[in-house]
Design a protein around this ligand. Structure first.
Ligand code: GUN
Ligand code: ZN
Length: 657
């Protein structure tokens, strides 16, 4: 039903499969009014729409036409159609005259592609007792709907809506209970009041607490979210679908949507974008038009900017720049900036999903970037990394730093207690924003070199790298810092270091350090033993292939400097690194396929190393840790464990004799 094609943060480009065709996600479903619709949304880019089954049910003419000719004919749309159940009417009027089963049956009868059970949207910030009693009914009805669907062999896909108001434990509970039902899609409900009142920080909490308890292989819909300003943020949290009545409601009110907020026509001197409408008309032209004509043109603009934003988001996911886009978009309003800052509370969770290596560079766009997974992940690796006796800290240069340091390195000051520094027993690290300390021997790995920050540093980032440095320096007997480092950190150091600091480049040390960082401590020694030969690119001078004599052990990927295993590399890694490091364990049935070099599907994986992230090199073993194959993971460990369909590992080769 839902297949993931590309990922960044928790965001996904996916394909949602329905009986009226496939939809590329993240997608926007314009809301179609079954009677009053005036805009042909398909013409402006809609691949899927949403309408209200309850409104059709309540209107004799509409109902008759829908039953006789089908929903798609009724609303004149031949692609996938989702229907809502009347829950919104329930939340406004307090009551609806349809039961849960009736509305499911009706939606199936009129040929809906994706139907919804009769959940109770509980408003934000209401007392707990009410939330609990509403939630009980929502859960009962979701269960009833799923059972009813099974009993009646209903074909229609089914939404189970997450409720729980602003009680995070109730959102969590609701999401985990619904997950057990195996519904087809999981919308997150009752968020419209949060968005209308600019409670974006609370929106982040509600979405994340729901999301963290929903299955990863199912589409999630942020119900009632139709403003393009929040699409990027919502996608980064894992939302795949949006619906918009905003395009027409705002148009009726002479308001134009944009990713920077909303413009009132009465205040416009200039049209805000380059769509057909904005290119052809001036604000005065629009103001002079009859109401209906003007409304339709503004609606067209509103749809255009919404679909354009989704294209941009999907592209950002493909290239790995979704967080840069989120950080940019969230500068449109202080309440959105709060939302990005609130994301930092869910760092550990994002880290589990974020790919290890991306096509685009990491851009520091402001202090919010200090909280990104890439930074967190690097710091964890640094803390785990075995330390030399002393630490020598260098200032940033152009990247890759290691290219610009060699030989004598200038004037140094002693940090902390004075000490004899042994440059042969020291870690050489560069101090920079945002990664704080970057060991010179691994600096070419993504994103340490594939990143950029402004030359004029803000105080948050300086405080951040200083805190990390001060804490990290505790691990060493002696620490010296180059003069520029002391200046950046505003350290008042008086004792000049009298010895000479020399950095001698050593390719073997470098590849071992990279292997340790990538595969775990000790991997470098195990992989690179014997008669090591390093072959470099004639053009760039970068390491490309590493051999033991004539046997290839690994290649180094040019784009991110990660090591790519050969057959011998996989063998050595397997032998040296203890279970479960770098392992994906497959069941007996898939053993012959793995040996044959066939790709591994998630459902055949019994367990895997929890540190696996997408794009990681992995070894594939059976239950007895026999090496079967090796390849590249397409998913992270949590996703491999969660998914029941689709590929998990792109196998490179199997070990069939
Ligand atoms: N539309 C907007 N919010 C909601 C919600 O919470 N539930 C349903 N069914 N529809 C909605
Ligand atoms: Zn426009």
């Amino acid at each position: 039903m839902f297949e993931i094609k590309a990922k960044d943060m928790r965001g996904r480009v996916g394909v949602l499969k329905t009986k009226h065709g496939n939809v590329k996600t993240p997608a926007l479903m314009p809301v179609i009014h079954p009677r009053k619709q005036v805009i042909d949304v398909k013409k402006y880019g809609a691949d899927i729409v949403i309408t209200n089954a309850y409104l059709i049910y309540k209107d004799d003419d509409l109902k008759q036409k829908a039953v006789e000719e089908g929903l798609h004919k009724l609303i004149n749309f031949d692609g996938p159609v989702m229907t809502d159940s009347g829950s919104f009417q329930l939340s406004v009027y307090g009551d609806v005259d349809i039961t849960n089963k009736e509305v499911i049956e009706f939606q199936e009868l009129i040929g809906t592609d994706i139907g919804t059970s009769l959940d109770i949207p509980t408003a934000p910030f209401v007392e707990r007792e009410k939330v609990e009693s509403d939630l009980e009914i929502t859960l009962e009805r979701a269960k009833e709907a799923v059972e009813f669907k099974k009993e009646q062999n209903i074909e229609m896909l089914l939404n189970s809506v997450v409720q729980g108001s602003t009680f995070m434990d109730l959102r969590q509970e609701c999401a985990s209970e619904l997950s057990k039902l195996d519904a087809d899609l999981y919308p997150i409900g009752a968020v419209v009041p949060l968005m209308e009142s600019y409670h974006y920080k609370e929106l982040v909490d509600v979405v994340m607490n729901s999301m963290m308890n929903l299955p990863d292989n199912t589409a999630r819909h942020l119900m009632g979210a139709g403003h393009p300003m929040i699409f990027a943020l919502a996608v980064a949290m894992g939302c795949d679908l949006f619906d918009s009545a905003a395009y027409i409601l705002y148009a009726e009110d002479d308001r134009l949507l944009s990713t920077r907020g909303t413009f009132k026509l009465e205040n416009l001197q200039e049209m805000p974008c380059s769509c057909e409408v904005c290119s052809k008309y001036t604000p005065d032209d629009l103001r002079a038009m009859p109401k209906d004509e003007r409304r339709d043109l503004i609606a067209q603009h509103n749809l255009y900017v919404s679909f354009a934003e989704l294209r941009l988001i999907r592209q950002a996911i493909y290239e790995g720049s979704l967080m840069e886009l989120v950080e940019e978009r969230c500068r449109a309003h202080p309440a959105l900036l709060d939302a990005v800052r609130q994301l930092a509370n869910y760092n550990d969770d994002f880290e589990k999903y974020d790919p290890r290596s991306k096509k685009s560079a990491f851009f520091y766009t402001g202090s919010e970037s200090l909280n990104r997974s890439e930074v967190l992940r690097h710091h964890e690796k640094l803390r785990e990394r075995p330390k030399k006796r002393d630490l020598i800290v260098l200032p940033p240069t152009r990247k890759p730093y290691s290219k610009f340091f060699s030989g004598k390195l200038g004037e140094f000051f002693i940090y902390g207690d004075s000490h004899e520094i042994d440059t042969d027993n020291a870690d050489f690290m560069v101090l920079d924003v945002p990664f704080a300390l970057i060991p010179l021997d691994i600096d070419e790995l993504y994103p340490l070199s594939q990143s950029a920050a402004p030359k004029i540093r803000d105080s948050e980032s300086v405080n951040f790298i200083r805190d990390f440095f001060e804490d990290f320096a505790e691990n060493y007997d002696g620490v010296i810092v180059q003069k520029k480092v002391a200046d950046i950190l505003n350290l008042d150091l008086e004792n000049k270091f009298e010895g000479e600091v020399i950095y001698a480049k050593d390719d073997v040390k470098k590849i071992k350090a990279i292997a340790d960082y990538q595969f775990g401590w000790g991997a470098g020694e195990a992989l690179f033993k014997g008669n090591i030969k390093i072959e470099k690119s004639k053009k760039t001078g970068k390491i490309r292939h590493i051999y033991d004599g004539k046997t290839l052990i690994v290649n180094m990927r040019a784009s991110d400097s990660y090591l790519v295993l050969s057959k011998e590399g996989a063998r050595r890694l397997h032998k040296a690194m203890p279970y479960p490091q770098n392992r994906v364990v497959v069941n007996e049935d898939s053993e012959p396929f793995a040996l044959d070099g066939k790709s591994i599907f998630s459902k055949f994986v019994i367990e895997c190393d929890e540190n696996i992230r997408s794009n990681d090199e992995v070894i594939i073993v059976n239950r007895d840790d026999k090496l079967l194959a090796y390849g590249k993971s397409l998913l992270s460990a949590v996703e491999i464990n969660n998914f029941q369909t689709g590929q998990a590992i792109k196998t490179r080769k199997g070990f069939k004799k």
